[in-house]
Design a protein around this ligand. Structure first.
Ligand SMILES: C[S@@+](CC[C@H](N)C(=O)[O-])C[C@H]1O[C@@H](n2cnc3c(N)ncnc32)[C@H](O)[C@@H]1O
Length: 253
C-alpha cells in the first residue's frame, strides 16, 4: 500500500491528479463546458443502454462524471483509478452502490516502468511486454473510459523520459502500444470512450501556432461521435508561451 503510494507520487500520478484540480479552479469557466459535455454524453449513453452496473475508468475527482445520475439509476457503480483522491473516498464511500477500485488500468505496465533502469533498459522488450500484458476483463454491463486515454501514456512516458532519456520516437511507440491495449480492453457494444486526441497551441493573440497529437493511434470510429474543444490552459502554464486547447472526441463502442 505504502509502496504503491510512493510509486504513484514519484512517477507523477498523485501530483498530476492534484494538478487537475488546481488547473480546473484556475481556469474557471474554460473547463466547465468540457466537463458538462463529457457528463452529458455519459448520461445520454447510460439512459439509452440502461445498465444495472457500470464501471468508470479514470474516475479521479469525478469532475466530468454524472455521479448523482449514475447512483440514482444503477445498482452498482465501480470507480476505477490508479489512486482515488481522499476527498472523493470520504464523500462517496458511505453509499452502498458505490465501489472504489484502485487499479492500474494498464494492468502492471506502470509498475514495470517504475522498475526500469537506464543501464538495462531494452526498448523492444518493453514494447513487447505492453503488447503481451494479460488483458483485464470487467463484469459490469457498461464501461466508460473518461478523459483517460492520453493520460495513460503521458504520465508514464514523462517519467521514463526523465529517468531513461527516451527518444521522441520511443515515446510515441510506447504511447501507441498503451493506447492500442486500452482500446482493446473496452468491450464492444457496451463501452463509451471520451478522450482528448490533439493539443492545439495558440499565441497571446489567439492565433494557432502549432499542434501535436496526444493519441497516436486512429481514434475508433464508434457510433454517435461528438467532438468539442477543451480550453485546457489559458494561462500559458502547461506549455510556456502559448495557450493550450485540447480536441476531444466521444464515441460509443
Ligand atoms: C484527466 S483525469 C480524468 C478526469 C477525472 N475523471 C476527474 O474528474 O478528475 C485522468 C485520470 O486517470 C487516472 N490514471 C492515469 N493513469 C492511470 C492508470 N495507469 N491506471 C488508472 N488510472 C490512471 C489519473 O489518476 C486521473 O484521475
Amino acid at each position: 500500500m505504502i509502496r504503491k503510494w510512493i510509486r504513484n507520487t514519484r512517477m507523477g500520478y498523485i501530483p498530476s491528479q492534484s494538478g487537475i484540480m488546481r488547473r480546473m479552479l484556475r481556469e474557471e469557466g474554460g473547463w466547465q463546458s468540457h466537463l458538462l459535455k463529457t457528463s452529458e454524453y455519459i448520461q445520454q449513453a447510460v439512459k439509452r443502454q440502461n445498465p444495472r452496473s457500470i464501471r468508470i475508468l479514470g474516475s479521479g475527482w469525478l469532475l466530468d462524471v454524472p455521479i448523482k445520475y449514475l447512483m440514482d439509476n444503477c445498482e452498482k457503480v465501480v470507480l476505477t483509478d490508479i489512486a482515488h483522491p481522499n476527498q472523493i473516498i470520504n464523500k462517496y464511500s458511505k453509499f452502498k452502490n458505490i465501489e472504489f477500485e484502485p487499479l492500474d488500468i494498464t494492468n502492471g505496465i506502470v509498475d514495470h516502468g517504475y522498475k526500469q533502469r537506464k543501464k538495462s533498459y531494452n526498448h523492444e522488450q518493453f514494447i513487447k511486454e505492453i503488447e503481451n500484458t494479460h488483458q483485464m476483463e470487467f463484469s459490469e454491463e457498461m464501461i466508460i473510459s473518461v478523459n483517460l486515454l492520453s493520460q495513460l501514456s503521458i504520465i508514464l512516458t514523462d517519467y521514463l523520459s526523465k529517468n531513461l532519456g527516451l527518444t521522441n520516437s520511443q515515446v510515441i511507440e510506447i504511447a501507441k502500444a498503451i493506447q492500442n491495449r486500452h482500446i482493446d480492453l473496452l468491450p464492444k457494444g457496451k463501452s463509451v470512450l471520451i478522450a482528448d486526441y490533439e493539443e492545439e497551441y495558440f499565441n497571446e493573440d489567439d492565433r494557432l501556432i502549432g499542434s501535436k497529437p496526444s493519441v497516436y493511434i486512429p481514434f475508433p470510429k464508434g457510433e454517435e461521435r461528438r467532438e468539442w474543444r477543451w480550453s485546457f490552459d489559458s494561462k500559458m502554464m502547461y506549455r510556456e508561451d502559448c495557450k493550450t486547447i485540447l480536441r476531444v472526441a466521444a464515441v460509443r463502442l
